[in-house]
Design a protein around this ligand. Sequence first.
Ligand code: SF4
Ligand code: SF4
Ligand code: FES
Length: 250
Amino acid sequence: MPSNETLTLTVQRFHPQRQPNTLSMSYTVPKTKTLLQALTHIKRTQDPTLTFNAGCNASVCGSCAVRVNGREVLACAYTPQEGDLIEPLRYATVLKDLVVDASHTTTLNARAHNASHGHKEEMQSIDAAHAITRQSDCILCSACYSACPVLAVNSDFLGPFALTRSWRYIADSREADTSSIMQSIQTNGIWDCTLCGECTTVCPQHIDPKNDIMMLQGKAGILGYTNPKFGGGMSFDGGFGTPDFGVPSF
Ligand code: SF4
Ligand code: SF4
Ligand code: FES
């Protein structure tokens, strides 16, 4: 029974070997500062089978992201409220309860060729370094990926964290060759983003993937790439948008 000292939380449970394999379970817990403390209390005192991920308890490792009432949060940073519904992140295979397979983070960054492909031997200005500082703070929590509505209709979309990391390299003045990254994000990448900003809203690191994707679109236009949805060519017979310069050679 809820009181001034307790909360009732509902957790979406999943067990791959049970039928039915999903189940909503409610728990009454003492009020805690963080959801992670509440989940830990449940596991220690009421249900040792409850499974969730956590590491640093300090918003650093990115492993504890879940959805609360449909909104992505870090369990170690969110203060639970009466009646909260806790669910696993979307668009990743649920392994058990609130734990999802996070291997997509590696796969997507590899697909985007997100890595250094050679450094220029030159000093970087403080302004140029600051331009990529925020993106470098990504903790790969996947909150933005789970919040992205495009993934609901296109599971091949690279998604916000991978594209933010692409901008981190493409905007890095020290990088010698970012052509393979730019090429890799043309299909199911920058042009598939609707710029809705859901990713930016939920990011616990205050990264702005929506803005980074807009920057990538602008840079792509300068390099001669075009949005395939708009067709190519600026003409007076129905074409519009950025002229089609073809795929550039680097
Ligand atoms: S801005 Fe783009 S990447 Fe971010 S949630 Fe919306 S569609 Fe997804
Ligand atoms: S961009 Fe933000 S929300 Fe997305 S994975 Fe990185 S830290 Fe998490
Ligand atoms: S436990 Fe590391 S971010 Fe929450």
